[in-house]
Ligand binder design. Structure first.
Ligand SMILES: Nc1ncnc2c1ncn2[C@@H]1O[C@H](COP(=O)(O)OP(=O)(O)OP(=O)(O)O)[C@@H](O)[C@H]1O
Length: 256
């Protein structure tokens, strides 16, 4: 069986400025890959390409669909791509206001995704939504509140429920814990780690925080100026980095 995701030679320029160049990696089902690097290293560009929000200059993204067939992300029609991103894949954004519908209730935010997969029975949609809110530690009595009334941590947990309710096989995460208090971050990371393991999710997580990469990922790629400079098992890369740039990145965290 081929990999769930095969990324080959992805490159993107913004005019003359390099976003990312020649990024390649495979991701197996159930595997968590962290993409780390300093600000401006191309992490967000890579994730936007994987979410088909940007078109690459070169390269391709191949994924295995639910029927086991390998598909080319950029060859899909717009409607098919949107359906894929709403059902088989998920995208948890750094800014929850971009990943949620802020004027729709929490229950509606989760239920909407179920409807995208064909659910029609109101009572079942509502009970599944409430069940998922519980799994992300949001009380049932908040079901009818909009996320505007939620704290930052609650919004991120709601995004997680909204994304996972359709049992996606791949979830893209963009700095899901940054901007939150340290104690809120720790709880959220614990929750994400538990759900990823329980559901056997494949994840590509972008983070500038090596502790997040250590906690969640099996493998990591290190980016610098748009290019991958090192890749390997997370513990190996963090404990024994081969590249001077990674050594610097790791030691600057330890010194901090
Ligand atoms: N819309 C854009 N227009 C022009 N240049 C861009 C655009 N988006 C990103 N870039 C440039 O592409 C390069 C990679 O940026 P990118 O945002 O992918 O890095 P990053 O690692 O995600 O950084 P951060 O952690 O700060 O989000 C940078 O030089 C950036 O200035």
């Amino acid at each position: 069986m081929s990999a769930l995701l095969r990324v080959e030679g992805l490159s993107k320029h913004y005019g003359r400025r390099l976003g990312c160049a020649d990024v390649s990696f495979d991701l197996e089902a159930g595997e968590v890959l962290a993409v780390v690097g300093e600000s401006g290293s191309g992490k967000s560009t890579l994730l936007s390409l994987l979410a088909a929000e940007l078109q690459p200059d070169r390269g391709q993204v191949l994924f295995r669909d639910a029927n086991g067939e390998e598909r080319d992300l950029f060859a899909l029609g717009e409607a098919e791509r949107r359906l894929l991103l709403r059902t088989e894949w998920g995208f948890i954004r750094q800014d929850a206001t971009q990943g949620l519908r802020m004027s729709v209730s929490a229950g509606g935010n989760v239920g909407e995704r179920l409807m995208a997969t064909g659910a029609r029975h109101y009572g079942k949609i509502r009970s599944t939504a409430i069940d998922w809110l519980g799994r992300v530690e949001i009380d049932a009595d908040r079901t009818d509140d909009t996320p505007r009334a939620f704290s930052g941590g609650m919004r991120q947990r709601l995004q997680i429920a909204r994304n996972l309710v359709t049992h996606p096989r791949l979830v893209l995460m963009d700095e899901p814990t940054s901007g939150l208090d340290v104690s809120v971050q720790a709880r959220l990371l614990d929750l994400v780690r538990g759900l990823v393991a329980e559901l056997g999710l494949a994840v590509v997580i972008v983070t500038h925080d090596l502790a997040v990469a250590r906690l969640l990922s099996h493998r990591m790629i290190v980016m610098k100026e748009g290019r991958v400079v090192e890749t390997g098992l997370t513990d190996q890369v963090l404990d024994d980095p081969a590249e001077p740039y990674t050594q610097l990145l790791v030691s600057s965290v330890l010194a901090a």
